[in-house]
Unconditional design. Structure first.
Length: 234
């Protein structure tokens, strides 16, 4: 663990920590390349920082409509993932990350596209504040993108595993993802073997994506702490 930006006498807000890690992620952006960009409040800080070097990169591949709109508003070109063979780096946040780089993602409902862009990238750099670092995944409600007709059966399968599942709502109605599907959030799980868990749930009929990122785990995590930004490598 390497401290990049020590500020021991300053108490930083969560928003300030997000700004710090967003700026720190710029060191992983390769000039002349297209960068993979995730989704969420921490990634928004990275996008804002990326605007300062937009003339040095070709553009970005984005994991959500929201991130695409923010990138374009700042003058950063956005490419369709099908038009790009490989990305040197993907930068995204996490709802949880363990000491091996496995993550739970999908609090922003973009987990499927996030996993697609992560799989297209040679390196995954996670940016997060220290509250997201956990020993075992599962405290944060696990997002699962599901085809609507399979929702109740998928929820029963999680119940059989000891989890409590519910459909995520927005304005009293099931939230609809950028892909036209719904999200099931699952609590009460302890995911001790993320790779096996991801493999198992991904095979359930009707599951589009489970929010465990073990096959596409992070190689680096820039962690915002009270002492500044620390780097974890996996």
């Amino acid at each position: 663990m390497t401290n990049l930006n020590s500020q021991p006498n300053t108490v930083l807000s969560q928003d300030e920590l997000k700004t710090l890690v967003g700026q720190a992620a710029l060191q992983y952006v390769v000039p002349g390349d297209i960068v993979g960009v995730g989704t969420g409040s921490t990634v928004n800080k990275f996008i804002d920082a990326l605007a300062a070097m937009k003339g040095q990169i070709k553009g970005a591949v984005s994991s959500s409509v929201a991130s695409t709109e923010r990138l374009l508003a700042l003058g950063i070109p956005v490419f369709d993932s099908n038009d790009v063979d490989e990305l040197s780096v993907y930068i995204d946040g996490a709802d949880e990350i363990d000491g091996h780089g496995n993550m739970v993602k999908g609090g922003g409902a973009a987990l499927t596209r996030e996993k697609i862009v992560a799989a297209q990238s040679r390196k995954f750099v996670c940016i997060a504040d220290e509250s997201k670092l956990v020993q075992t995944l599962g405290k944060f409600p696990l997002p699962v993108e599901v085809i609507p007709m399979a929702a109740k059966r998928v929820m029963r399968q999680f119940s059989a595993m000891g989890g409590q599942a519910q459909i995520r709502l927005k304005d009293g109605q099931p939230l609809v993802t950028d892909n036209g599907q719904i999200i099931v959030d699952v609590t009460g799980l302890q995911i001790a073997d993320p790779l096996a868990f991801e493999s198992q749930v991904s095979q359930w009929p009707g599951v589009v994506t489970v929010g465990v990122f073990a096959f596409q785990k992070a190689q680096v995590c820039l962690l915002g702490t009270v002492s500044g930004v620390k780097t974890l490598t996996f």
